[in-house]
Design a binder for this molecule. Structure first.
Ligand SMILES: *Cc1c(COP(=O)(O)O)cnc(C)c1O
Length: 356
């Protein structure tokens, strides 16, 4: 028998979450963001579940090659653009659109010949990570228009704070101050801005996390937002024991029973991508019933409290996160966000694509 840990990818949830983006940002086109192996869900699932997107956006060139091999024929946007001059050849062969955020990337374009590449100029509006100064926009536009290797030009930015009310106002102001009046496609909104900043929707939106059914906000759950978990992480109990009062469980005995306690051992640990730092009390479901983890998460196992699940036996099904356990809640217990847990799903966990 194979180890029971498995990540189920719900293609209908991906499609429903994409429909949710359409309702939230009507009339815009959608770059579905599939970087980091579609936030851990796999590119095959992304191609199937997000087939109605207008384009796919990611970072990794080898994964763009995979998207074409999987049959995705629509636009692909490389969110960090080319990493070296050779990437331009790949971009031309695969018809990739490139973000341009750095002067060197423009130099590579200048020295290219062949079919023109579509580019999106990235402006820095306050994140201070990638992008040109907003004031440089008119000059950049003129420069790029003069390069034969450049096709259609768009302009974009990424918010440092679209999560808090008014948090994106200054960035939008900086962007509009330079871009207003230019007839080029615009793109600003990530998931948080799609849901919370309608005036940032513009021509193309760039949802990531909401497609996968987690919340971009600390204080609003995915369910509240009408999103469905696209990934559920499952395993099973591989041992059950009763520990006496005063006995510890797991490395370092971080949990000590204060009464006789039935404990289940789940085949899932940090080597599967479950956060080691998740403390006693992190929610987990056994046999469909919500209970809590006990003690230290180890590499391949987690202990759980079977108090609320007296019927649990070896083989009882466990949900680590998914429809009954909100990934954002597990993330909060571990001091992180749902994004990190999804992306951190380990390669040894098989992905099972489900249509229903
Ligand atoms: C990752 C990314 C997104 C998606 O962000 P979410 O918060 O997951 O919606 C959008 N735009 C850019 C440039 C990104 O890198």
């Amino acid at each position: 028998m194979s180890r029971p840990v498995i990540a189920r990818i719900h293609l209908d949830a991906l499609a429903a979450n994409l429909a949710c983006v359409r309702r939230a940002a009507p009339g815009t086109r959608i770059w579905a963001v599939v970087k980091a192996n579609a936030y851990g869900h796999g590119l095959q699932a992304a191609c199937a579940g997000l087939a109605d997107a207008d384009g796919l956006a990611l970072i990794e060139f080898d994964q763009a090659v995979r998207l074409r091999a999987l049959g995705w024929q629509g636009p692909i946007l490389m969110l960090e653009g080319a990493f070296d001059a050779a990437d331009l050849r790949t971009a031309r062969e695969l018809r990739l659109s490139l973000v341009v955020h750095e002067p060197g990337q423009i130099e590579w374009l200048r020295h290219e010949d062949g079919a023109p590449l579509d580019v999106w100029v990235k402006l820095n509006t306050g994140m201070n990570r990638l992008g040109f100064a907003a004031e440089d926009w008119p000059r950049l536009l003129a420069d790029l228009r003069a390069i034969p290797g450049v096709g259609a030009i768009g302009v974009m930015s990424h918010f440092a704070d679209a999560e808090t009310p008014g948090g994106a106002d200054e960035a939008i102001g900086r962007f509009d101050a330079v871009v207003r009046g230019h007839e080029v496609a615009q793109s600003l909104a990530n998931s948080a801005a799609i849901l919370g900043v309608p005036r940032a929707h513009r021509d193309w939106v760039r949802p990531g996390i909401m497609l996968y059914g987690a919340s971009p906000f600390a204080d609003r759950s995915a369910a509240d937002l009408g999103l469905r978990a696209a990934m559920s992480l499952h395993s099973a109990l591989i041992a059950v024991r009763t520990v006496r009062a005063g006995e510890g469980v797991g490395y370092g005995a971080l949990f000590v029973a204060d009464a006789p306690t039935r404990v289940g051992i789940v085949a899932c640990g940090y080597a599967d991508g479950y956060p080691r730092i998740a403390p006693t009390g992190t929610p987990i479901a056994v046999d469909g019933i919500r209970t809590r983890t006990l003690g230290r998460v180890s590499m391949d196992m987690i202990a759980v409290d079977l108090g609320p699940v007296p019927q649990a036996r070896v083989g009882s099904p466990v949900e680590l996160w998914g429809a009954s356990i909100d990934i954002d809640e597990v993330a909060r217990c571990a001091g992180t966000i749902g994004y990190e847990l999804m992306c951190g799903l380990a390669p040894r966990v098989p992905l099972q694509l489900l249509t229903g």
